[in-house]
Design a protein around this ligand. Sequence first.
Ligand SMILES: Cc1cc2nc3c(=O)[nH]c(=O)nc-3n(C[C@H](O)[C@H](O)[C@H](O)COP(=O)(O)OP(=O)(O)OC[C@H]3O[C@@H](n4cnc5c(N)ncnc54)[C@H](O)[C@@H]3O)c2cc1C
Length: 429
Amino acid sequence: MFSSIATHFTPDCKRVGMTQSYVIIGDGIAGSSAAETLREEAPDADVTVITDEGEALYNRILIKEFAKGKLPEAPISIHDESWYDDREIELKLNTLVTNIDADGHTVSTHDGETLAYDKLLIATGGTPTQLPVENSDADGIHHFWTFQDARSIREHIESADSATIVGAGLLGIDLAAICGAQEVEGNYLMRGDSWWRYALDQEGAEIMHDAMRERGVTPVFQSGVDFFETDDTGHVTTTVDPNGERFDSDFVGIAIGLDFNLELLQSIDIETDDGVVVDKHMETSADDIYAAGDLTRFYDVILGEHAQNGSWGSAKEQGTIAAKNMIESESEGFRWVSSYSITHFDFPFLSFGHPTIGDDSISKKYSETEWRRLALKDGKIVGGVLIGDLAPQSGYKQLMREETYVGDQKETLLNEEFSAEDIAAAQEQ
Ligand SMILES: Cc1cc2nc3c(=O)[nH]c(=O)nc-3n(C[C@H](O)[C@H](O)[C@H](O)COP(=O)(O)OP(=O)(O)OC[C@H]3O[C@@H](n4cnc5c(N)ncnc54)[C@H](O)[C@@H]3O)c2cc1C
């Protein structure tokens, strides 16, 4: 077995041609895909992955299916510990990195260990945001990010009488779907007058609201949380919204966003902006430190500006690209159109790119369960949402990837059977 001394080389080793030492903080998909790429492309390097979780990489996307009761635990795991052993990647589970010494090129862990690195990857993702209200940490109130969270949610929801969900975004709807699948009726409190109001218009959102209602979850608009009430044991009993409306339930699920795990960076000179700022090579402003995954504010070459993206595919690709640049500086740029799909209802749902930004948008409803919206910036597609029929997604993504000007083709873009050739044909006329 390789031992932890493998990672204790001094940073000077690179100057004398010795083994390079790569340390990765976080074993989510970003950190893990970086480790895999490092091993493939730098076979002799020392690679260490440190995670504060007690289990190696698992499929975060699938933990909702586990919580719904539709999947057992086993298929959710992606890597067991032997995966790392087989590749001579040192995996440190249950290990919290508590400090980075950027000048000394070392990281320290909660158990007093110090590891030296030549190149460091920060892939620490985020932690669900807590509501800053009374009793927000009461028993029975759940946040949703880790497999452990999913286990607690499943255990509770299976015996819950009723539920309240807070947070009108992609994770909030997962919580609503979990209640529906477990046949627990609930209220879904939203601040505005529709679900994911920055990406969908009212017509699109109505399709989602109807689907929630069909599952026994009632959307409640212009609502939110003022405070929670608890019983004598400290268990949540009631959610009181800012209008004074009371929603009794013994289960509460909250998904109001992520706080990026940036505490480690506070002691070092590194550019942050509600995320770690990286260039297209995933390199931060600090020497030999890279970042990948949800917590980056990356330079999106398609958009022409810095952006953020919380999706599995994007985090995976960022990890891969970071690793390549850790081996050979500025060797590969990140260029990616992300996708995020929801499979809870009788119709498919997909968002891609950056559906909440842009300076223009077009949308159309095709049937009771079919609708589309595209976000445009400077006449180019930068994101969109498709409900019902996902076939046109490849054409839209192609146009986005190729940065094609479509500002004069709005009607064509909304053709029911749209494909990218429709644009080429229209432009030839
Ligand atoms: C319930 C749920 C459903 C989702 N569904 C979808 C979906 O359908 N489609 C999609 O594209 N995306 C989905 N996502 C989002 C997707 O899972 C994330 O974008 C992706 O997993 C982010 O990966 P990451 O590696 O950047 O961060 P993470 O997966 O958050 O990994 C970061 C890791 O770093 C660890 N860590 C943090 N700080 C430290 C420290 N100081 N020391 C050691 N370790 C540390 C954390 O514990 C964590 O294990 C979903 C997410 C959730 C929670």
